[in-house]
Design a protein around this ligand. Structure first.
Ligand code: FUL
Length: 476
Protein backbone atom coordinates (compact mmCIF):
# COMPACT_ATOMS: atom_id res chain seq x y z
CA UNK A 1 0.00 0.00 0.00
CA UNK A 2 2.78 2.32 1.02
CA UNK A 3 4.58 1.60 -2.28
CA UNK A 4 1.40 2.34 -4.20
CA UNK A 5 1.07 5.69 -2.49
CA UNK A 6 4.71 6.49 -3.23
CA UNK A 7 4.40 5.52 -6.88
CA UNK A 8 1.24 7.60 -7.18
CA UNK A 9 3.05 10.59 -5.70
CA UNK A 10 5.93 10.11 -8.13
CA UNK A 11 3.53 9.89 -11.06
CA UNK A 12 1.80 13.02 -9.90
CA UNK A 13 5.11 14.83 -9.65
CA UNK A 14 6.16 13.64 -13.08
CA UNK A 15 2.84 14.70 -14.59
CA UNK A 16 3.07 18.05 -12.84
CA UNK A 17 6.48 18.70 -14.34
CA UNK A 18 5.48 17.51 -17.78
CA UNK A 19 2.32 19.50 -17.97
CA UNK A 20 4.01 22.59 -16.73
CA UNK A 21 6.08 22.87 -19.90
CA UNK A 22 5.02 25.99 -21.84
CA UNK A 23 2.86 25.29 -24.85
CA UNK A 24 4.37 26.19 -28.24
CA UNK A 25 3.19 29.60 -29.41
CA UNK A 26 2.46 30.32 -33.07
CA UNK A 27 4.49 28.65 -35.84
CA UNK A 28 7.45 26.60 -34.64
CA UNK A 29 10.52 25.26 -36.48
CA UNK A 30 10.82 21.66 -37.61
CA UNK A 31 13.71 19.71 -36.13
CA UNK A 32 15.55 20.19 -39.45
CA UNK A 33 15.04 23.96 -39.19
CA UNK A 34 16.39 23.96 -35.64
CA UNK A 35 19.48 21.99 -36.71
CA UNK A 36 19.89 24.33 -39.70
CA UNK A 37 19.72 27.45 -37.50
CA UNK A 38 22.29 25.96 -35.15
CA UNK A 39 24.76 25.73 -38.04
CA UNK A 40 24.97 29.57 -37.85
CA UNK A 41 27.53 29.95 -40.68
CA UNK A 42 27.75 28.10 -43.97
CA UNK A 43 29.95 28.52 -47.00
CA UNK A 44 28.54 29.37 -50.43
CA UNK A 45 30.65 28.44 -53.44
CA UNK A 46 30.11 30.12 -56.80
CA UNK A 47 32.10 28.15 -59.33
CA UNK A 48 31.55 27.51 -63.04
CA UNK A 49 32.19 29.05 -66.48
CA UNK A 50 32.01 32.55 -64.95
CA UNK A 51 35.12 31.74 -62.90
CA UNK A 52 36.98 31.57 -66.22
CA UNK A 53 35.28 34.38 -68.14
CA UNK A 54 35.07 36.94 -65.36
CA UNK A 55 31.34 37.42 -65.95
CA UNK A 56 28.78 37.48 -63.15
CA UNK A 57 26.01 36.17 -65.37
CA UNK A 58 27.22 33.94 -68.19
CA UNK A 59 25.39 34.26 -71.50
CA UNK A 60 24.86 30.52 -71.91
CA UNK A 61 26.91 30.59 -75.09
CA UNK A 62 30.23 29.81 -73.45
CA UNK A 63 31.90 26.73 -74.98
CA UNK A 64 31.99 23.87 -72.45
CA UNK A 65 35.78 23.78 -72.60
CA UNK A 66 35.93 27.10 -70.85
CA UNK A 67 35.38 25.20 -67.62
CA UNK A 68 38.87 23.96 -66.93
CA UNK A 69 40.10 24.06 -63.32
CA UNK A 70 43.82 23.42 -63.53
CA UNK A 71 44.36 22.01 -60.05
CA UNK A 72 40.99 21.27 -58.45
CA UNK A 73 41.11 20.44 -54.76
CA UNK A 74 37.75 20.18 -53.01
CA UNK A 75 39.46 18.88 -49.86
CA UNK A 76 41.13 22.26 -49.61
CA UNK A 77 37.69 23.93 -49.73
CA UNK A 78 36.45 21.63 -46.98
CA UNK A 79 39.49 22.19 -44.83
CA UNK A 80 39.18 25.95 -45.21
CA UNK A 81 35.47 25.77 -44.39
CA UNK A 82 36.09 23.65 -41.30
CA UNK A 83 38.80 25.94 -40.02
CA UNK A 84 36.57 28.97 -40.50
CA UNK A 85 33.76 27.31 -38.59
CA UNK A 86 31.34 26.75 -41.48
CA UNK A 87 29.15 23.71 -40.93
CA UNK A 88 28.10 23.15 -44.53
CA UNK A 89 28.92 24.05 -48.15
CA UNK A 90 26.45 24.95 -50.90
CA UNK A 91 27.75 24.89 -54.48
CA UNK A 92 26.31 26.45 -57.65
CA UNK A 93 25.59 23.19 -59.47
CA UNK A 94 23.97 25.21 -62.28
CA UNK A 95 24.07 28.99 -62.51
CA UNK A 96 22.09 31.15 -64.94
CA UNK A 97 24.40 30.17 -67.85
CA UNK A 98 22.93 26.65 -67.68
CA UNK A 99 26.28 24.84 -67.45
CA UNK A 100 25.95 21.81 -65.15
CA UNK A 101 28.87 20.95 -62.89
CA UNK A 102 27.77 17.33 -62.99
CA UNK A 103 26.90 15.09 -65.94
CA UNK A 104 23.20 15.95 -65.91
CA UNK A 105 21.55 13.39 -68.24
CA UNK A 106 18.99 15.93 -69.55
CA UNK A 107 21.55 18.51 -70.62
CA UNK A 108 24.28 18.59 -73.22
CA UNK A 109 25.98 21.55 -71.60
CA UNK A 110 27.83 19.90 -68.73
CA UNK A 111 31.21 18.73 -67.45
CA UNK A 112 30.68 15.63 -69.61
CA UNK A 113 30.97 17.78 -72.72
CA UNK A 114 34.25 19.43 -71.75
CA UNK A 115 37.83 18.25 -72.00
CA UNK A 116 38.46 18.78 -68.28
CA UNK A 117 39.20 15.31 -66.89
CA UNK A 118 38.38 13.93 -70.36
CA UNK A 119 34.71 14.56 -69.78
CA UNK A 120 34.71 12.26 -66.74
CA UNK A 121 34.78 15.03 -64.17
CA UNK A 122 31.95 15.59 -61.70
CA UNK A 123 32.12 18.51 -59.32
CA UNK A 124 29.16 17.33 -57.25
CA UNK A 125 30.88 13.99 -56.71
CA UNK A 126 34.20 15.63 -55.77
CA UNK A 127 32.64 18.05 -53.34
CA UNK A 128 30.05 15.75 -51.79
CA UNK A 129 32.77 13.15 -51.15
CA UNK A 130 35.09 15.74 -49.62
CA UNK A 131 32.26 17.08 -47.43
CA UNK A 132 31.32 13.58 -46.27
CA UNK A 133 34.97 12.86 -45.41
CA UNK A 134 35.32 16.12 -43.51
CA UNK A 135 31.98 15.87 -41.70
CA UNK A 136 30.46 18.92 -43.41
CA UNK A 137 26.91 19.12 -44.72
CA UNK A 138 26.50 19.36 -48.48
CA UNK A 139 24.00 21.58 -50.28
CA UNK A 140 23.13 22.47 -53.85
CA UNK A 141 22.26 25.74 -55.57
CA UNK A 142 20.39 25.33 -58.83
CA UNK A 143 19.19 28.25 -60.88
CA UNK A 144 15.87 27.65 -62.63
CA UNK A 145 16.76 30.57 -64.92
CA UNK A 146 18.72 28.99 -67.77
CA UNK A 147 20.22 31.02 -70.60
CA UNK A 148 21.31 27.93 -72.50
CA UNK A 149 18.57 25.30 -72.45
CA UNK A 150 16.57 25.42 -75.71
CA UNK A 151 13.39 24.39 -73.87
CA UNK A 152 13.52 27.40 -71.58
CA UNK A 153 10.36 29.48 -71.96
CA UNK A 154 8.16 26.48 -72.80
CA UNK A 155 6.18 24.07 -70.60
CA UNK A 156 8.73 21.37 -71.44
CA UNK A 157 11.41 23.20 -69.52
CA UNK A 158 9.64 22.51 -66.23
CA UNK A 159 10.01 18.79 -66.99
CA UNK A 160 13.68 19.27 -67.88
CA UNK A 161 14.17 21.12 -64.62
CA UNK A 162 12.42 18.39 -62.62
CA UNK A 163 14.72 15.79 -64.19
CA UNK A 164 17.68 18.05 -63.45
CA UNK A 165 16.63 18.12 -59.80
CA UNK A 166 16.10 14.38 -59.86
CA UNK A 167 19.66 13.70 -60.96
CA UNK A 168 21.32 16.28 -58.70
CA UNK A 169 19.37 15.20 -55.63
CA UNK A 170 19.59 11.44 -56.10
CA UNK A 171 23.23 10.63 -56.54
CA UNK A 172 25.22 12.64 -54.03
CA UNK A 173 24.05 11.57 -50.58
CA UNK A 174 22.07 13.71 -48.15
CA UNK A 175 21.51 17.33 -49.21
CA UNK A 176 21.03 19.65 -46.24
CA UNK A 177 19.86 22.65 -48.28
CA UNK A 178 18.40 23.09 -51.73
CA UNK A 179 18.97 26.69 -52.83
CA UNK A 180 16.49 27.98 -55.39
CA UNK A 181 17.59 31.18 -57.04
CA UNK A 182 14.49 33.21 -57.80
CA UNK A 183 15.96 35.02 -60.84
CA UNK A 184 13.76 34.64 -63.92
CA UNK A 185 15.26 36.28 -67.00
CA UNK A 186 14.99 35.46 -70.67
CA UNK A 187 16.20 32.22 -72.18
CA UNK A 188 18.07 31.75 -75.47
CA UNK A 189 14.83 32.21 -77.45
CA UNK A 190 14.06 35.48 -75.69
CA UNK A 191 11.21 33.99 -73.67
CA UNK A 192 10.71 33.92 -69.92
CA UNK A 193 9.63 30.82 -68.06
CA UNK A 194 6.64 30.30 -65.80
CA UNK A 195 8.19 28.06 -63.17
CA UNK A 196 6.18 25.18 -61.75
CA UNK A 197 7.32 25.83 -58.19
CA UNK A 198 4.88 23.40 -56.61
CA UNK A 199 6.32 20.49 -58.59
CA UNK A 200 9.88 21.65 -57.89
CA UNK A 201 9.19 21.72 -54.14
CA UNK A 202 7.45 18.35 -54.28
CA UNK A 203 10.39 16.80 -56.06
CA UNK A 204 12.82 18.00 -53.38
CA UNK A 205 10.52 16.76 -50.61
CA UNK A 206 10.24 13.39 -52.30
CA UNK A 207 13.99 12.92 -52.87
CA UNK A 208 15.50 14.77 -49.92
CA UNK A 209 12.81 15.06 -47.23
CA UNK A 210 15.27 16.55 -44.73
CA UNK A 211 16.57 19.27 -47.02
CA UNK A 212 15.83 22.87 -46.12
CA UNK A 213 14.50 24.62 -49.20
CA UNK A 214 15.73 28.16 -49.70
CA UNK A 215 13.91 30.63 -51.92
CA UNK A 216 12.61 34.16 -51.45
CA UNK A 217 9.76 32.65 -49.46
CA UNK A 218 11.21 29.38 -48.23
CA UNK A 219 9.46 27.10 -47.35
CA UNK A 220 12.57 26.01 -45.37
CA UNK A 221 14.28 29.39 -45.08
CA UNK A 222 13.80 32.74 -46.77
CA UNK A 223 16.03 35.28 -48.49
CA UNK A 224 16.91 38.12 -46.14
CA UNK A 225 16.04 40.67 -48.84
CA UNK A 226 19.52 42.06 -49.64
CA UNK A 227 23.00 40.89 -50.54
CA UNK A 228 24.74 43.30 -48.18
CA UNK A 229 24.75 41.02 -45.18
CA UNK A 230 22.03 42.68 -43.12
CA UNK A 231 19.16 40.91 -41.45
CA UNK A 232 16.62 43.32 -40.00
CA UNK A 233 17.21 44.85 -36.59
CA UNK A 234 13.79 43.34 -36.14
CA UNK A 235 14.00 39.85 -37.54
CA UNK A 236 11.09 37.46 -37.14
CA UNK A 237 11.51 33.89 -38.30
CA UNK A 238 7.82 33.98 -39.08
CA UNK A 239 6.22 35.21 -42.29
CA UNK A 240 3.00 34.52 -44.17
CA UNK A 241 3.81 32.72 -47.39
CA UNK A 242 0.36 31.43 -48.40
CA UNK A 243 -0.58 32.94 -51.73
CA UNK A 244 3.03 33.80 -52.61
CA UNK A 245 5.66 31.97 -54.66
CA UNK A 246 9.42 32.44 -55.07
CA UNK A 247 8.71 34.40 -58.26
CA UNK A 248 6.01 36.46 -56.57
CA UNK A 249 7.26 37.07 -53.07
CA UNK A 250 6.52 39.78 -50.53
CA UNK A 251 8.72 42.85 -51.02
CA UNK A 252 12.23 43.11 -49.63
CA UNK A 253 10.86 45.35 -46.88
CA UNK A 254 8.90 42.35 -45.64
CA UNK A 255 11.52 39.68 -46.29
CA UNK A 256 14.07 41.56 -44.23
CA UNK A 257 12.21 41.85 -40.89
CA UNK A 258 9.79 38.94 -41.42
CA UNK A 259 6.35 39.33 -39.89
CA UNK A 260 5.39 39.30 -36.25
CA UNK A 261 2.12 37.52 -37.01
CA UNK A 262 3.46 35.48 -39.93
CA UNK A 263 1.76 32.12 -40.26
CA UNK A 264 4.79 30.01 -41.25
CA UNK A 265 8.24 29.41 -39.78
CA UNK A 266 10.63 30.66 -42.49
CA UNK A 267 13.85 31.93 -40.88
CA UNK A 268 16.07 34.41 -42.71
CA UNK A 269 19.27 33.41 -44.49
CA UNK A 270 21.79 36.16 -45.21
CA UNK A 271 23.86 35.53 -48.35
CA UNK A 272 26.80 37.73 -49.17
CA UNK A 273 30.13 37.33 -50.93
CA UNK A 274 33.61 37.57 -49.45
CA UNK A 275 34.46 39.50 -52.64
CA UNK A 276 32.45 42.19 -54.43
CA UNK A 277 31.28 39.67 -57.01
CA UNK A 278 29.96 36.14 -56.55
CA UNK A 279 32.55 34.55 -58.86
CA UNK A 280 36.31 34.74 -58.42
CA UNK A 281 38.25 37.57 -60.00
CA UNK A 282 41.92 38.09 -59.34
CA UNK A 283 41.59 41.83 -58.96
CA UNK A 284 39.02 41.65 -56.15
CA UNK A 285 40.15 41.72 -52.56
CA UNK A 286 38.34 39.88 -49.77
CA UNK A 287 36.36 41.91 -47.24
CA UNK A 288 38.30 43.03 -44.18
CA UNK A 289 38.03 41.33 -40.80
CA UNK A 290 36.14 44.36 -39.47
CA UNK A 291 33.66 44.14 -42.33
CA UNK A 292 33.24 40.41 -41.76
CA UNK A 293 32.67 40.94 -38.05
CA UNK A 294 30.08 43.59 -38.83
CA UNK A 295 28.33 41.14 -41.18
CA UNK A 296 28.45 38.48 -38.46
CA UNK A 297 26.74 40.84 -36.00
CA UNK A 298 24.06 41.83 -38.50
CA UNK A 299 23.32 38.27 -39.58
CA UNK A 300 24.07 35.61 -36.96
CA UNK A 301 23.68 38.30 -34.30
CA UNK A 302 20.21 39.13 -35.63
CA UNK A 303 18.54 35.76 -35.73
CA UNK A 304 19.72 34.83 -39.21
CA UNK A 305 22.06 32.26 -40.71
CA UNK A 306 25.11 33.61 -42.54
CA UNK A 307 25.84 32.07 -45.95
CA UNK A 308 29.19 33.55 -46.92
CA UNK A 309 30.32 33.05 -50.51
CA UNK A 310 33.96 32.01 -50.95
CA UNK A 311 34.68 31.75 -54.68
CA UNK A 312 37.43 29.35 -55.77
CA UNK A 313 39.88 30.56 -58.42
CA UNK A 314 40.63 29.14 -61.87
CA UNK A 315 42.80 26.43 -60.34
CA UNK A 316 39.75 25.22 -58.45
CA UNK A 317 41.18 26.26 -55.10
CA UNK A 318 40.45 28.94 -52.58
CA UNK A 319 43.06 31.63 -53.16
CA UNK A 320 45.59 32.22 -50.42
CA UNK A 321 44.47 35.80 -49.76
CA UNK A 322 40.93 34.50 -49.18
CA UNK A 323 41.81 31.60 -46.93
CA UNK A 324 44.14 33.82 -44.92
CA UNK A 325 41.35 36.37 -44.46
CA UNK A 326 38.98 33.64 -43.35
CA UNK A 327 41.51 32.42 -40.79
CA UNK A 328 41.86 35.98 -39.49
CA UNK A 329 38.08 36.21 -39.25
CA UNK A 330 37.98 32.92 -37.31
CA UNK A 331 40.73 34.11 -34.99
CA UNK A 332 38.76 37.31 -34.35
CA UNK A 333 35.57 35.38 -33.58
CA UNK A 334 37.47 33.09 -31.22
CA UNK A 335 39.19 36.02 -29.56
CA UNK A 336 35.83 37.66 -28.87
CA UNK A 337 33.52 34.74 -28.23
CA UNK A 338 35.62 32.03 -26.56
CA UNK A 339 35.58 33.82 -23.25
CA UNK A 340 32.00 34.14 -22.05
CA UNK A 341 32.34 36.57 -19.15
CA UNK A 342 29.03 35.35 -17.74
CA UNK A 343 29.93 31.67 -17.58
CA UNK A 344 30.41 31.61 -13.80
CA UNK A 345 27.61 34.08 -13.06
CA UNK A 346 24.33 33.46 -11.26
CA UNK A 347 20.93 34.55 -12.50
CA UNK A 348 17.62 35.32 -10.83
CA UNK A 349 14.31 36.12 -12.46
CA UNK A 350 11.40 38.08 -11.02
CA UNK A 351 9.19 35.16 -11.93
CA UNK A 352 9.90 31.50 -12.53
CA UNK A 353 7.44 28.97 -13.80
CA UNK A 354 6.10 26.40 -11.34
CA UNK A 355 8.28 25.36 -8.45
CA UNK A 356 11.69 23.74 -8.31
CA UNK A 357 14.56 24.56 -10.60
CA UNK A 358 13.34 23.13 -13.89
CA UNK A 359 12.63 26.54 -15.46
CA UNK A 360 14.97 28.61 -13.34
CA UNK A 361 16.88 31.60 -14.69
CA UNK A 362 20.19 29.84 -14.07
CA UNK A 363 19.34 27.67 -17.11
CA UNK A 364 20.20 30.53 -19.44
CA UNK A 365 23.82 30.27 -18.33
CA UNK A 366 24.51 26.61 -19.04
CA UNK A 367 25.46 25.24 -22.43
CA UNK A 368 22.53 22.81 -22.68
CA UNK A 369 20.40 24.09 -25.55
CA UNK A 370 17.29 22.41 -24.17
CA UNK A 371 17.40 23.83 -20.66
CA UNK A 372 15.63 27.16 -20.44
CA UNK A 373 14.07 29.75 -18.19
CA UNK A 374 10.35 30.46 -18.43
CA UNK A 375 7.96 32.41 -16.22
CA UNK A 376 4.31 31.49 -15.63
CA UNK A 377 2.05 31.78 -18.66
CA UNK A 378 0.41 34.98 -17.52
CA UNK A 379 3.71 36.92 -17.62
CA UNK A 380 4.52 38.59 -20.91
CA UNK A 381 7.08 40.91 -19.38
CA UNK A 382 9.81 39.80 -17.02
CA UNK A 383 13.30 40.54 -15.86
CA UNK A 384 16.38 38.55 -15.05
CA UNK A 385 19.33 39.88 -13.07
CA UNK A 386 22.67 38.28 -13.88
CA UNK A 387 25.32 38.67 -11.16
CA UNK A 388 29.00 38.23 -11.94
CA UNK A 389 31.48 37.23 -9.22
CA UNK A 390 33.25 40.56 -9.76
CA UNK A 391 33.07 43.62 -12.02
CA UNK A 392 33.89 42.79 -15.61
CA UNK A 393 34.28 44.81 -18.79
CA UNK A 394 32.29 43.91 -21.92
CA UNK A 395 30.53 45.42 -24.92
CA UNK A 396 28.58 42.53 -26.42
CA UNK A 397 25.47 40.94 -24.93
CA UNK A 398 24.25 37.68 -26.42
CA UNK A 399 20.73 36.44 -25.70
CA UNK A 400 18.97 33.35 -27.04
CA UNK A 401 15.29 32.63 -27.15
CA UNK A 402 14.20 28.99 -27.03
CA UNK A 403 12.77 28.83 -30.56
CA UNK A 404 11.52 25.21 -30.47
CA UNK A 405 8.53 26.72 -28.64
CA UNK A 406 8.17 29.64 -31.08
CA UNK A 407 9.54 33.16 -31.38
CA UNK A 408 7.78 35.37 -28.88
CA UNK A 409 9.75 38.38 -27.70
CA UNK A 410 9.18 41.69 -29.50
CA UNK A 411 10.96 44.18 -27.20
CA UNK A 412 13.70 43.98 -24.60
CA UNK A 413 16.23 46.19 -22.86
CA UNK A 414 19.53 45.56 -21.13
CA UNK A 415 20.64 47.52 -18.06
CA UNK A 416 23.81 47.57 -16.01
CA UNK A 417 24.09 48.55 -12.37
CA UNK A 418 26.59 51.14 -11.15
CA UNK A 419 28.38 51.11 -7.80
CA UNK A 420 25.62 53.10 -6.14
CA UNK A 421 23.08 50.47 -7.16
CA UNK A 422 21.50 52.60 -9.87
CA UNK A 423 20.46 50.90 -13.12
CA UNK A 424 21.34 52.35 -16.54
CA UNK A 425 19.90 51.16 -19.83
CA UNK A 426 22.81 50.28 -22.12
CA UNK A 427 21.02 48.60 -24.99
CA UNK A 428 17.66 47.70 -26.39
CA UNK A 429 16.22 45.72 -29.21
CA UNK A 430 13.04 44.28 -30.61
CA UNK A 431 13.32 40.62 -31.60
CA UNK A 432 15.70 38.05 -30.13
CA UNK A 433 14.98 34.71 -31.82
CA UNK A 434 17.59 31.95 -32.03
CA UNK A 435 20.43 34.36 -31.25
CA UNK A 436 20.71 38.10 -30.72
CA UNK A 437 23.96 39.93 -30.13
CA UNK A 438 23.62 43.50 -28.96
CA UNK A 439 26.56 45.83 -29.49
CA UNK A 440 26.66 48.18 -26.53
CA UNK A 441 29.18 50.76 -25.35
CA UNK A 442 31.98 49.20 -23.33
CA UNK A 443 30.91 48.99 -19.68
CA UNK A 444 32.25 47.61 -16.44
CA UNK A 445 29.85 46.15 -13.89
CA UNK A 446 29.02 43.02 -11.94
CA UNK A 447 25.24 43.20 -12.42
CA UNK A 448 23.32 43.08 -15.68
CA UNK A 449 19.57 43.06 -16.06
CA UNK A 450 17.63 41.76 -19.06
CA UNK A 451 14.15 43.27 -19.20
CA UNK A 452 11.65 41.69 -21.56
CA UNK A 453 9.20 44.51 -22.16
CA UNK A 454 6.91 42.89 -24.75
CA UNK A 455 6.29 39.31 -25.75
CA UNK A 456 3.48 37.56 -27.61
CA UNK A 457 3.36 34.87 -24.90
CA UNK A 458 5.48 34.13 -21.83
CA UNK A 459 9.11 34.71 -22.88
CA UNK A 460 11.48 31.75 -22.88
CA UNK A 461 15.27 32.17 -22.87
CA UNK A 462 17.92 29.48 -23.08
CA UNK A 463 21.20 31.30 -23.65
CA UNK A 464 23.09 34.33 -22.42
CA UNK A 465 26.65 35.57 -22.78
CA UNK A 466 28.79 38.64 -22.24
CA UNK A 467 31.80 39.30 -24.41
CA UNK A 468 34.44 41.90 -25.05
CA UNK A 469 35.13 42.89 -28.65
CA UNK A 470 38.28 44.98 -28.85
CA UNK A 471 38.71 44.36 -32.58
CA UNK A 472 35.72 46.11 -34.18
CA UNK A 473 35.76 49.87 -34.32
CA UNK A 474 34.22 51.19 -31.12
CA UNK A 475 31.43 52.77 -33.16
CA UNK A 476 30.24 49.33 -34.27
C1 FUL B 1 21.42 35.94 -57.46
C2 FUL B 1 22.19 35.61 -58.72
O1 FUL B 1 21.72 36.38 -59.82
C3 FUL B 1 23.64 35.90 -58.44
O2 FUL B 1 24.46 35.66 -59.57
C4 FUL B 1 24.08 35.03 -57.28
O3 FUL B 1 24.05 33.67 -57.65
C5 FUL B 1 23.18 35.27 -56.07
C6 FUL B 1 23.51 34.38 -54.91
O4 FUL B 1 21.83 35.09 -56.41
O5 FUL B 1 20.06 35.85 -57.65
Amino acid sequence: MRYCGFTFLLLLLFAGCRFNTPEPYGPVPTKQQIAWQQMEMNMFVHFGPNTFTGLEWGTGEEPEDIFNPTDLNCRQWVETAQKTGFKGIIITAKHHDGFCLWPNPVSSHTVRECSWQDGKGDMLRELSDACAEGGLAFGIYISPWDRHDPHYGTAEYNQVFLQTLESALSDYGPIFEQWFDGACGEGPNGKKQVYDWQSFFQKVTELQPNAIMFSNIGPGCRWVGNEQGHAGETCWSTMTIDGFSPSNSPSEDTLNPGEIHGRSWVPAETDISLHDGWFYRDNEEPKSVKQLLDIYYTSVGRNSLLLLNVPPDTRGQIAKKDSLRLMEFRAALDHIFTNNLAKDATAKADNTRGWGSRFSAINILDSDYYSYWAPDDKHQTAEIVVSLPESRTFNRVMIQEFIPLGQRISAFEVDTQDESGKWHTVGKGSTIGYKRILRIPTCTTSKIRIRITASKACPILNGFGLYMDDISDSSL
